[in-house]
Write a protein that binds this ligand. Structure first.
Ligand code: PGA
Length: 252
């Protein structure tokens, strides 16, 4: 069976290089545990070298990607540069970026840019709110369709999806999505992918969950919900929490 995928989204933390050093050193103490997983760390860009050098148990990920190719691009970090650091995966269309105006159309261009550079796109989708009538499924369907617009079947096999209901992000385990609802959403996302690309392709796309994943809920969220892994924000910055999450997931 494929290893579970665990992506640490550090967002804009830790606050300083000293703290980042401390976090990496602390995580490295449990490197044998992390080797049981397919683990990625997505740090703020200035910490890429630090993570690459001292966290050999993890692969590198980016939190975003420029749609521009190399050239005179002041202020941009092009996919080529990320690739040269060893970045293998990019979180694209995170809701915190969409909230700043990033459209699904731009996300689709970022997916193409990532694929051109051999970087796996981890495409974030998720409803802003959930309602009893299931309207959120329609939202999810159109967000997926718009984000993957123009993507060929062949390219779709190289994607991963992170299902992150916006309302569940940055809270505590008790406020996260319930396992039954997660299982339903995973089936729904697979159905949308099947409609777009056929069943063979849909089965190849790993679906991750993100949104208040902590050591207290990782067990139930990983059990029978059909997810291939997790995208973890705040708990990835707390070494003890992160170790517990990794331990629980490595036993699945
Ligand atoms: P959270 O963040 O784990 O802090 O909810 C997840 C994410 O935003 O990717």
């Amino acid at each position: 069976m494929a290893k579970q995928i665990l992506v640490a989204n550090w967002k804009n933390y830790p606050d300083s290089i000293e703290e980042a050093n401390g976090l990496v050193a602390r995580l490295a103490r449990k490197k044998r545990l992390y080797k049981k997983l397919n683990i990625f760390i997505a740090p703020p860009l200035p910490y890429l070298s630090l993570v690459a050098g001292k966290a050999g148990f993890a692969k590198l990920a980016a939190q975003d990607i420029s749609i521009l190719d190399k050239g005179t691009r002041t202020g941009e970090v092009t996919p080529e540069i990320l690739k040269s650091f060893g970045v293998r995966l990019a979180i694209l269309g995170h809701s915190e970026r969409r909230a700043q105006g990033e459209s699904s159309e731009l996300v689709s261009r970022k997916i193409s840019a990532a694929l051109r550079s051999g970087i796996t796109p981890l495409v974030c989708v998720g409803e802003k709110e959930r309602d009893a009538d299931g309207e959120h499924f329609e939202f999810l369907r159109s967000e997926i369709k718009a984000s993957l617009a123009g993507l060929s079947r062949q390219s779709a096999t190289k994607l991963a999806i992170a299902y992150e209901p916006v309302w569940a992000i940055g809270k505590a385990a008790k406020d996260a999505l319930l396992p039954g609802d997660l299982a339903q959403s995973v089936i729904f996302i697979k159905k949308v992918l099947t409609d777009l690309y056929g069943r063979n392709v849909a089965e190849k796309v790993p679906i991750l969950y993100g949104g208040s994943v902590e050591s207290a809920n990782i067990g139930v969220l990983a059990q029978g919900t059909g997810v291939a892994g997790f995208l973890v924000g705040h708990a990835s910055l707390k070494p003890k929490q992160f170790e517990e999450i990794a331990l629980s997931l490595s036993q699945k």
